[in-house]
Design a protein around this ligand. Sequence first.
Ligand code: SF4
Length: 192
Amino acid sequence: MTNMENKFLKDYNKKRQVKGPDGQIFEVDPMQEYFCQDRPQKIDAHKGVVEKFMNWARAESIWVLGFGTGCGSIEIPPLFSPRFDAFRFGVAMRPTPRQSSAMIISGYLAVKTLKRVIRSYEQMMGPKYIMALGSCTINGGMYWDSYNTINRLDHYIPVDVYVAGCMPRPEALLAGFDTLKTKLRKAGRRGQ
Ligand code: SF4
């Protein structure tokens, strides 16, 4: 990347050194690591049909890992009560990462918890999706200068949907799932 291009990048997209949860310093280059620079692949027509079907099926069967952190985890159980009934949108909870395709990070993350989140994320089957719920997850929120919580989840794992608020209500979560489903259906988002 040229110096001129680098000049117009936001700070969080610039190449820099970050400190990992275990204190190790490593280099992050978001423009190389978070964004794909490969050319689109040519897909045969019949494969496109299969792809569309697969995207539809993925969008209609989002299996969420039963994991909660921070205050936002209180907002997840009501989703499956008769009032909000997330099952009708194809959203269901699963007890293990190996059966899950989505994970909601529902609040502030201590450095210790982050390690468990990354471990669970790596155990999930692909394609997999992450929803960042609440200000603490997205930008640090009220813990922005805390010594033992992380500021931004997307510095550590890729985030597909952001649901802002403190704390977001179940309706906001449903809207987040709707956004994810739209991405899956229309753009054929493949996840990681
Ligand atoms: S954003 Fe608000 S509700 Fe969510 S974890 Fe932070 S303080 Fe709690």
